[in-house]
Design a protein around this ligand. Structure first.
Ligand code: ADP
Ligand code: GN1
Ligand code: MG
Length: 372
């Protein structure tokens, strides 16, 4: 048994997990937290849990974080029950620790545990466009199911998370500070980011003009934040709920396209692989609008295609800022990882710009189908 196993066992006991320890393996997929799948054998059956170390540099207030998540998943459970669904597979179930909370500081880290949903998988690169349509439907449904949730009760977990103008300001500040001494190496990337500065305000301006509403949004709608069912291939559950906060539907739509309709990984350094797939864009739009066309305002629908550019631009800026700061926010595997990610995102911005008219036509056509 290694040190990690021992650590995981100790943490699990604090969350009331019984049975004989079988194994713990790393299950991390994202750039922020670290996740383990822990298996125990109890009463002759495997019990599986996800044991997650919360990144407290990013999530500074775990109490607020877990209040949001537990209260939203409780709400979703009720909605799913009303629809006759299986709440144990369609939303996450968190465990309480022996301190009475849904998180625990132990061995110098902050932990939480939730139930593993068996016979499920995630997707990182799409091989079949139906998968993306199902993802769109799940995130559209997520938005709809939470439309009656008391938004004022949500904590703003990361202030100004998708405030694109503030992300631009943060980049400008990072250039000025140049903490890692890298600014001189990347004049083209900085110039690209600053040349699109005016786009950053569009969503917030529409909100100020009363044309798009605040909603309860997920804010991190990467394709790998959806579980699919191994038997049916259907999308079953939206996961990675850390950034649920009041936001715009445009954030959720745009971020999903940013990740899923890119014809390659977000950190592919071969920029000619980076394209916007109109076919995948159409699939996601179809799934998304099938679930929530009726509840979107005219301005939201009109900005869906643009939101893909906005969120890709914003994400590129965040990667570039972190590169300039010395890689303090996103996990990186090598020295230039954040720079490679930023270049990839900026190339995708250019590709989206070329395709924006076609994307708008797709949205209009599908929206008309669902609302005619
Ligand atoms: P992060 O993106 O921060 O690594 P996630 O919450 O997305 O964390 O979880 C990491 C991975 O664990 C997911 O991509 C998925 O493969 C798997 N996973 C997460 N929650 C569940 C669950 N309840 N059941 C089964 N697998 C899950
Ligand atoms: C992070 O944790 P993960 O990998 O799902 C980030 C998102 C970015 C994404 C880019 C809390 O998400 O905002 O869009 O990386 N999450 C946070 O891949 O910053
Ligand atoms: Mg994730």
């Amino acid at each position: 048994m290694n040190t990690i196993d021992r650590e995981i066992i100790e943490v699990c006991r604090h969350f009331g997990i019984e049975g004989e320890f079988h194994s713990a393996k790393s299950f991390t997929d994202g750039h922020i937290n670290f996740t383990y799948l822990a298996k125990f054998v109890h009463k002759g059956r495997f019990r599986k849990y996800l044991v997650q170390g919360i990144n407290t540099h990013v999530f500074k207030n775990p109490a607020h974080l877990m209040q949001n998540i537990v209260s939203v998943t409780d709400y979703l459970k009720d909605e799913i029950k009303k629809e006759g669904g299986d709440y144990k597979r369609e939303t996450l179930t968190f465990l309480k620790a022996d301190n009475g909370k849904y998180y625990l500081y132990h061995l110098g880290k902050c932990w939480r545990i939730y139930k593993f949903i068996d016979n499920s998988y995630t997707v990182n690169v799409i091989e079949n466009k139906d998968v993306f349509e199902r993802a769109g439907k799940s995130f559209g449904l997520f938005l709809n199911r939470l439309s009656g949730y008391p938004m004022d009760e949500l904590h703003e977990i990361i202030p100004d998370f998708h405030n694109t103008p503030k992300r631009v300001e943060a980049l400008e500040e990072a250039v000025k500070q140049d903490r890692a001494g890298r600014a001189d190496l990347i004049p083209d990337e900085i110039a690209f980011a600053l040349s699109r500065k005016d786009d950053a305000n569009i969503a917030l301006d529409l909100y100020s003009a009363g044309q798009i509403p605040l909603r309860v949004t997920h804010n991190d709608t990467k394709l790998n934040n959806i579980l699919f069912d191994e038997k049916t291939g259907e999308s079953i559950c939206v996961i990675d709920l850390d950034t649920i906060m009041p936001g715009f539907s445009l954030y959720d739509f745009g971020d999903a396209i940013r990740f899923g309709a890119n014809t390659t990984r977000e950190d592919d350094d071969e920029l000619d692989n980076v394209k916007l797939s109109l076919e995948l864009f159409e699939s996601y739009t179809r799934g998304f609008l099938s679930a929530c066309a009726g509840s979107l305002t005219k301005a939201e629908v009109e900005q869906l295609a643009f939101s893909a550019k906005l969120m890709t631009y914003e994400c590129g800026i965040r990667f570039l800022t972190d590169y300039l700061d010395g890689d303090v926010y996103f996990k990186t595997d090598y020295h230039e990882h954040n720079l490679v990610r930023a270049r990839n995102q900026f190339r995708l911005v250019s590709e989206i710009e070329k395709n924006l008219d076609a994307m708008n036509e797709i949205v209009e056509r599908i929206y008309t189908e669902y609302t005619a």
